[in-house]
Write a protein that binds this ligand. Structure first.
Ligand code: PMP
Length: 458
């Protein structure tokens, strides 16, 4: 059978036989089969059945400028034609990586002047931890090793990134995780950790959990606090505005470095260029990925402050860390073109000023839905938390898989709508229109209603 002759079922058979999917229950996948995507344009993806799906998730929070932009294809093709690959290990560099490094630092505070490239967010977090180790060793404080991360954090799937992550199924039995120098504190998840409190007072309380843990461990043993500006995979957990200033005050007080994982928030998700712009954060190390290339090619960047980089450069000797694809020319060329599109078309500005308030207002109309206990959002990332009992905030049993049920109901109706636990998440491409957002929310409501019926709630 040729490629063109294969129908959906034929693809599903091959998929089942050979392709192990990420973060997937393969027994369940065997029963349902995969949807086979074939084409994307703007905010839509089409499958082999000719069904059109509106992508409420920007792929995985990455396709910020939407699918099918010819300029990005051209940027990759031009770079590949001219110089398809270049290593930067042996005193060699190339123009796309240098230009992108300079561009990124020009978009950030004056203290952030150095960039290291990798292919994924997970690898960026590996780099950050190796930098922390190297930094504290070089400044003569090798005992500063513990990294304080948060519950429900997501930082990636390599050993250290999964250790930093606070989504406990990732530390599955026998997986030897988390690694010994990582500890987790509670997160600014007001619905579960500070219900009914004044939000700003709750932000201060949530930050105090960092100070408490530093004091328990001893500041001399703590390398860094590690966090996403707002948490996406953990279930759209958005801190009150008082949280980050207080976290930074505590970090400075105990000389604990601040690592901010902007892999999802970077490049406009909050309606500002970076989550740090939205919350007023000045990190020592910061990671971006995903929206850096709008997902057209894999690229992440670890952006490093002078405080850390100067020590590494002046005293470090060889920095024995790097990847074959660090600063891959085509990926860097695509990132530059993607940033140009975001800037010249005012996409981030529009997301913040026009789309985000519309998105928030629409999301809030779900507060009275019989399944929804909490509604949360920042910029174009939002979550609707499903609960069994709105009065007591009791959750459904994990085995009920109610979020997955809702997600399947949405997909049947043409919307990619993700369940993060029982929080239904949306993070549409930043180029979505208000009319398209209406469609997203209409389908989301139908999916929630169908789920409520299935579970006997309405
Ligand atoms: N950090 C955050 C905040 C993420 O959400 C993710 C991916 N969802 C990662 C890191 C890991 O990125 P990758 O999947 O590219 O390794």
């Amino acid at each position: 059978m040729t490629y063109q002759e294969m129908d959906t079922q034929a693809w599903q058979v091959l998929d089942r036989a050979h392709y192990l999917h990420p973060f997937t229950d393969h027994a369940s996948l065997r029963q349902t089969g995969s949807r086979v995507a074939v084409r994307g344009e703007g905010v839509y993806v089409w499958d082999t059945e000719g069904e059109r799906i509106i992508d409420g998730l920007s792929g995985l929070g990455c396709v910020n400028v939407g699918y099918g932009r010819p300029e990005l294809v051209k940027a990759a093709a031009d770079q590949m034609s001219e110089l398809s690959y270049c290593q930067s290990f042996f005193k060699t560099t190339h123009r796309s990586a240098v230009t992108l490094a300079e561009k990124l630092t020009s978009m950030l505070p004056d203290s952030l002047n150095h960039v290291f490239f990798q292919s994924s967010g997970s690898e960026a977090n590996e780099t950050a931890v190796r930098l922390l180790r190297r930094y504290w060793n070089l400044v003569g404080k090798p005992q500063k090793r513990v990294i304080i991360a948060r519950e429900l954090a997501y930082h990636g799937s390599t050993h250290m990134a999964a250790s930093l992550s606070g989504i406990t199924p990732m530390h599955f039995a026998g997986g030897d995780l988390p690694l010994p120098t990582v500890t987790h504190i509670k997160t600014p998840y007001q619905y579960r950790n500070g219900f009914g409190m004044d939000p700003e007072a709750f932000g201060i309380l949530a930050a105090s959990w960092l100070e408490e843990r530093i004091l328990e461990i001893g500041a001399d043993n703590v390398a860094a606090f590690y966090a996403e500006p707002a948490q996406s995979a953990g279930g759209a957990i958005c801190p009150p505005m008082s949280y980050w200033p207080e976290i930074q005050r505590i970090g400075r007080k105990y000389d604990v470095l601040l690592v901010v994982d902007e892999v999802v928030m970077g490049f406009g998700r909050t309606g500002k260029w970076f989550g740090r712009d939205f919350y007023g954060i000045v990190p020592d190390i910061m990671q971006v990925g995903k929206g850096l290339t709008s997902g057209y090619l894999p690229l992440s960047a670890t952006i490093i402050s002078d405080r850390v980089a100067d020590v590494l450069i002046e005293q470090g000797g060889e920095w024995a860390h790097g990847y074959t694809y660090s600063g891959h020319p085509a990926c860097c060329a695509v990132a530059l073109e993607n940033i140009r599109i975001l800037e010249e078309e005012g996409i981030v500005e529009n997301a913040g000023k026009v789309l985000a308030p519309y998105f928030k207002a629409k999301l809030e109309t779900f507060a009275d839905h019989p399944l929804i206990g909490d509604v949360r959002s920042v910029g174009l990332m939002g979550g609707l938390e499903i609960v069994k009992n709105k009065a007591t905030r009791e959750a459904y049993d994990y085995e009920a898989h109610i979020g997955d049920h809702c997600s399947a109901e949405a997909l049947k109706r043409g919307l990619a709508f993700r369940a993060n636990g029982d929080t239904m998440s949306l993070m549409p491409p930043l180029v979505i229109t208000t009319e398209q957002l209406d469609t997203v929310f209409d389908i989301a409501r139908e999916a929630l209603d169908a789920t409520a019926k299935h579970f006997g709630v309405i």
